[in-house]
Design a binder for this molecule. Sequence first.
Ligand SMILES: Cc1c2[nH]c(c1CCC(=O)O)Cc1[nH]c(c(CCC(=O)O)c1C)Cc1[nH]c(c(CCC(=O)O)c1C)Cc1[nH]c(c(CCC(=O)O)c1C)C2
Length: 379
Amino acid sequence: MAAAMAMSNAVLCEPKDFPVLKNDTFLRAARGQQTQHVPVWCMRQAGRYLPEFKEYRAGKDFFDTCRSPEACCELTLQPLRRFDFDASIIFSDILVVPQAMGLEVQMVPGKGPTFPDPLKDPEDLQRLKTEVDVKKELDYVFKAITLTRHKIEGKVPLIGFTGAPWTLMAYMIEGGGSKTQSKAKAWLYRHPAASHMLLKRLTDVVVDYLLGQAAAGAQALQVFDSNAGFLGPQEFKEFSLPYLRDIARRVKDRLKETGQDLPMIVFAKDAHYALEDLSQSYYEVVSLDWTIDPRSARERTGGSVSLQGNMDPCALYAPKERISEVVQKMLEGFGTQRYVANLGHGLYPDMDPAAVGAFVDAVHQHSRRMNGDGGDKLQ
Ligand SMILES: Cc1c2[nH]c(c1CCC(=O)O)Cc1[nH]c(c(CCC(=O)O)c1C)Cc1[nH]c(c(CCC(=O)O)c1C)Cc1[nH]c(c(CCC(=O)O)c1C)C2
């Protein structure tokens, strides 16, 4: 029996003959095509707010879990069993990239990701691998994506992701989460050339990593620049934006050669000052945090991209009726086309799964009604 299961997973782990996609609403909205309802998913939809997630993860090391394709597949599928999400995101973490480059990262319960030996000075760049064999180092993520794409049975598309170079650099220097990012920012002002060298090396790895995810079966790719807001407009323009653009351009050029066309999403949290630039950076979708007004985001991006976001995650602490009102306002602001509903950042562990269900249902119900019940008008 076990042998038969191992066998069937081995067969499933070929990135071909994937089940036919039944719900393409998210991909359509991302590409700017018309949809009958607004698609919705949540950042951190696989997470500790779900009792089944906590139960499955209990007693297991976080990065061991990330290295198990079966575990990643199960954790990715869990939220889809509860909620009517229009997309899934592979369970993994942005910090697998610094690990692949040779830095140790541990997940310390109650503290979060921790680098025992972070980068302190530019000389420390020598500790990073000069050549990173992404296929070898991150093959476990590619296997997880292929397995999940099969097991999802075409229900919804599977999103792959990476951290952006600046966000990854910040973790590698800070050694974990930080309130100020002052050590990482000190590099930008004190060691600009070394900073660019590190950002360039991260960009090269991220490009290979995203291409590997696409080859493994990811149907869209999101780049998380979660630490963008720590930079001012000038520093963002110098140390983040060029790398975000380079990633999208290089990934798209290479995908074109293989005949693939995956929508790409950029999420630069709190970088509202860069919205115009982000909308002209080769990404199909710009994902927004909750500090941006939907109408002004539409005006500033001028219809050139689809938008994703941006409900304040804390609105999920409200009663169901209030969540529905907040969603309605958000949809009125963004409109129902070229739009993917999401939160402005990830779900928190103390959130009530029922509130997530109320959010998803409100997005579907309000948008169908606003579209005239999703009748035949939209083709
Ligand atoms: C569920 C989870 C993850 N990572 C961490 C957790 C919590 C730990 C646990 O459950 O054991 C630790 C974990 N990993 C990280 C953190 C933040 C640490 C900090 O800055 O304080 C934590 C607690 C680092 C990380 N990791 C990620 C980001 C970018 C998104 C964001 O801004 O939240 C970042 C910054 C990406 C990420 N991380 C994860 C996913 C897939 C799940 C999903 O979205 O459904 C994704 C997309 C999975």
